[in-house]
Unconditional design. Structure first.
Length: 137
């Protein structure tokens, strides 16, 4: 329902009152720090060595941080996209997993520990992989 309201506001360029915009902006600015707290609390019970163990976590990171951006690059290049759009899309795909993945895992009874480990590890590994991806394209 909220998405529908948002689409209507966007399509009809409805101007919202300033106090409502400031309130919504403040709530929106809180989502990333809150999700980081949640991921941190999920990782609090995991030993640091455990975060780096397991081949499945590295496989997921390989797909997310290297294979997916390269695949997006070739698909968009094949479609003849503008260079700026191409670079923006590749960089967006190369970004780390959103910290909200842990929140979604918690909400839908998923493996919240693995989700949190992946969010943490993609953030660390992206420091290396993003420059590599950018140098390749």
């Amino acid at each position: 329902m909220c998405t529908l309201i948002g689409v209507i506001i966007f399509l009809f360029s409805i101007k919202l009152p300033i106090p409502l915009l400031k309130t919504l902006g403040s709530i929106g600015n809180m989502t990333t720090p809150i999700s980081m707290f949640i991921v941190g609390s999920m990782l609090a019970d995991v030993k640091l060595k455990e975060v780096f163990k397991g081949l499945d976590v590295y496989y997921l990171n390989l797909i997310k941080l290297i294979v997916a951006p390269i695949l997006v690059y070739f698909i968009l290049k094949l479609l003849g996209c503008d260079k700026t759009l191409l670079y923006i899309c590749v960089v967006m795909v190369a970004m780390p997993t959103a910290s909200l993945i842990g929140v979604f895992a918690e909400r839908y009874n998923g493996d919240k520990t693995s989700a949190s480990k992946c969010a943490f590890l993609t953030t660390i590994l992206s420091v290396v992989t993003i420059p590599i991806i950018m140098s390749l394209i």
